[in-house]
Design a protein around this ligand. Structure first.
Ligand code: ZN
Length: 254
């Protein structure tokens, strides 16, 4: 049996059973071997990643944003939807060879090939760091202009060519807040499909400097205590896991 992961931009198509529990539509066997479709397999189930045209074949489906589907889908299913979203993004953005401009053809379930120059294309990840900065018992929480809701979270940014991830942590904090940090430590990672990031979480301790929103990405923020902090993100992102580790006293205690 093949399940269909159908995407329209950042939305995914789900169906609901009689108890209002969402599930991925089952794919018609006749549509399973299209050269355009990408596939992956998880725990014995095959998933086909499709564009919105396939929605015509699904009865009583509904579109929901990938972010909004957290909570409707169980965590395992959400991870599957997230992986599919990254492949759908790859399908939309890798139609022609970046070297010679020829239309790409399917090479494998998860790659495309240029039939002229032979270059093979796989979904590319964008590594990014996210960091919880503590100063004594306090933590730095910031609001970025790009946040869609009025919560406060952590400094984050993309790793640049030629730098280590630790150098990236120090650079991003300095560029965005004018602060210097020390004791940079790896915390954990998370695949983040908006659209294809690998988030690498760190903790760091304040070393010196005065808060200033230097490069214009942040609009507000400061050092907060566990008893008095602003609204926090609700998605189970690594940002929230880092903040929870601080709230629980796992990090940021002397
Ligand atoms: Zn080519």
């Amino acid at each position: 049996m093949t399940r269909a992961l159908i995407y329209r931009g950042n939305d995914i198509l789900l169906c609901c059973d009689e108890n209002d529990v969402p599930f991925f539509p089952v794919l018609d066997a006749d549509n399973c071997n299209s050269p355009e479709i990408m596939y992956f397999e998880t725990e014995g189930t095959r998933y086909a990643v499709l564009t919105e045209k396939a929605a015509e074949n699904v009865k009583e489906g509904f579109w929901i944003g990938l972010r909004e589907s957290w909570g409707r889908l169980d965590p395992k299913s959400w991870n599957i939807a997230a992986k599919g979203a990254e492949l759908a993004h790859f399908m939309r953005t890798n139609c022609f060879c970046g070297t010679c401009g020829t239309a790409l053809v399917k090479a494998s379930d998860i790659s495309r090939l240029c039939p002229v120059c032979g270059r093979e294309f796989f979904p590319a990840l964008s590594p990014a760091i996210i960091v919880l900065v503590t100063r004594g018992e306090e933590a730095l929480l910031v609001h970025a202009k790009s946040f869609r809701r009025p919560f406060y979270a952590l400094v984050a940014g993309f790793v640049e060519t030629g730098e280590t991830i630790e150098e990236c942590v120090a650079r991003e904090i300095y560029e965005e807040t004018s602060l210097r940090v020390t004791d940079i430590r790896y915390f954990g990672s998370q695949s983040w499909p908006f659209p294809s990031q690998l988030m690498l979480g760190f903790t760091a301790r304040y070393a010196s400097g005065t808060l200033r929103w230097a490069d214009g990405e942040l609009s507000d923020g400061g050092f907060f205590t566990r008893d008095s902090h602003p609204l926090l993100p609700t998605l189970p992102s690594i940002s929230r896991r880092l903040i929870d580790a601080w709230l629980n006293g796992e990090v940021g205690r002397k």
